[in-house]
Design a protein around this ligand. Structure first.
Ligand SMILES: C[S@@+](CC[C@H](N)C(=O)[O-])C[C@H]1O[C@@H](n2cnc3c(N)ncnc32)[C@H](O)[C@@H]1O
Length: 273
C-alpha cells in the first residue's frame, strides 16, 4: 500500500515526522498481531481442561446379583424386572414386612406432595395418595411396564392424584423444590447411577423435605435376602450424606428393613451473624 501522509495528516508540515509516526503505528499493529497469535497458539496446544469431576464409580469383581459397578465401596445390584411385579403385590407382603406400619410412620399430611421413587406397581403410591388427598404422589420408575400397571390401577380405582413419571437411570424428572417426602423402598440399592439419582431427588425436595429410605438390614444375618439387595445403615448414611442430605434417625420397628430418615437442610443463611 502506498503511503499517502497528506490524506491522513492534512495539516502535517514535516513529512519525516509523519513517516516516523506511521512506522510506530505499524510496529504497534505487529505487536498486537503477535500477542493475538500467541494466545490462539496457547489455546490450541493446551489440552482441554476436564470440566466434569472424576467418576465416583469404579469397575470391580462382578458377583451373581451385581453389575460389577461399585459406588462408595458397594457393588450395585441388578434391577428387578417388571416380571417381578407379582412378587411386589404378593398377598403376604403386608404381614411379612409390616407395610402398614411403614405407611403409618411416613408422617404424610393432606397437603403434602410426595414421591415414590422406584415405584414398581405402585404398591406404596396408592396408599400414599390416600394420605395426601390435597397433594400429589409422583410414582417414578424407569420401566414403562411398571408405569402401565400404575395407570391401569389408577383407572380402575378412579385415582387422580398420582402422577406416573418415566424417569431415567440418572434423573427422577421431579419438579424442583416441591416434594415434602420421597419414599424409596427396596429400590435405591439397584440404582445404576445412585449419585445422580440422589442429586436429582435432592433437587426435587423442598428445603426441610425428607427422604425415607427403606432397605433390608444387611447387619442382620437372619434376614434372608440376597446380599446386594440389603444395605447397612452405615453405608446408607455415607451415600446420602454425599449429596448433602442430613441423617435424622433410623427406626427399626420393621421386621426386616431399616426405616432411615434423611432431611434436605433448610437454606443456609448467607451472613449468619
Ligand atoms: C424391587 S422394585 C421395588 C418397587 C416398590 N418400591 C415396592 O417396594 O413395591 C425396584 C423398582 O425400582 C425401579 N428402578 C430401578 N432403578 C431406577 C431408577 N434409576 N429410577 C427409578 N426407578 C428405578 C425398578 O424398575 C423397579 O420397579
Amino acid at each position: 500500500m502506498q503511503f499517502r501522509p497528506n490524506l491522513y495528516f492534512p495539516f502535517a508540515q514535516n513529512r519525516n515526522l509523519v513517516f516516523l509516526y506511521w512506522n510506530m503505528k505499524i510496529h504497534k499493529a505487529k505487536l498486537v498481531v503477535a500477542v493475538l497469535a500467541s494466545t490462539v497458539f496457547l489455546f490450541a496446544v493446551e489440552p482441554a481442561k476436564e470440566s466434569k469431576p472424576a467418576t465416583v464409580y469404579s469397575v470391580g469383581k462382578k458377583s451373581r446379583d451385581g453389575i460389577g459397578k461399585y459406588y462408595m465401596g458397594r457393588e450395585i445390584s441388578h434391577v428387578m424386572g417388571h416380571l417381578g411385579a407379582g412378587w411386589l403385590e404378593r398377598p403376604g407382603r403386608r404381614k411379612e414386612e409390616r407395610t402398614d406400619l411403614l405407611l403409618a410412620n411416613l408422617g404424610l399430611e393432606k397437603h403434602h406432595n410426595a414421591a415414590d421413587i422406584g415405584s414398581g406397581t405402585g404398591y406404596f403410591s396408592f396408599p400414599m395418595s390416600e394420605q395426601v388427598t390435597k397433594g400429589k404422589v409422583y410414582a417414578v420408575d424407569i420401566q414403562t411396564e411398571m408405569l402401565d400397571i400404575v395407570r391401569k390401577r389408577m383407572k380402575q380405582r378412579g385415582t387422580t392424584n398420582i402422577v406416573p413419571t418415566l424417569g431415567t437411570i440418572k434423573d427422577t424428572k421431579l419438579p424442583a423444590n416441591t416434594i415434602d417426602l420421597v419414599l424409596l423402598v427396596d429400590a435405591y440399592h439397584e440404582f445404576d447411577h445412585p449419585r445422580e439419582m440422589m442429586e436429582s431427588i435432592f433437587k426435587g425436595l423442598r428445603p426441610g423435605g425428607r427422604v425415607v429410605l427403606i432397605e433390608y438390614r444387611k447387619e442382620d444375618p437372619t434376614v434372608m435376602i440376597k446380599p446386594l439387595h440389603k444395605m447397612t445403615q452405615k453405608q446408607a448414611i455415607l451415600e446420602m450424606q454425599a449429596v448433602g442430605l442430613k441423617w435424622k434417625e433410623t427406626k427399626d420397628f420393621l421386621p426386616k428393613q431399616h426405616f432411615m430418615v434423611f432431611e434436605k437442610p433448610e437454606l443456609v443463611e448467607k451472613n449468619p451473624e
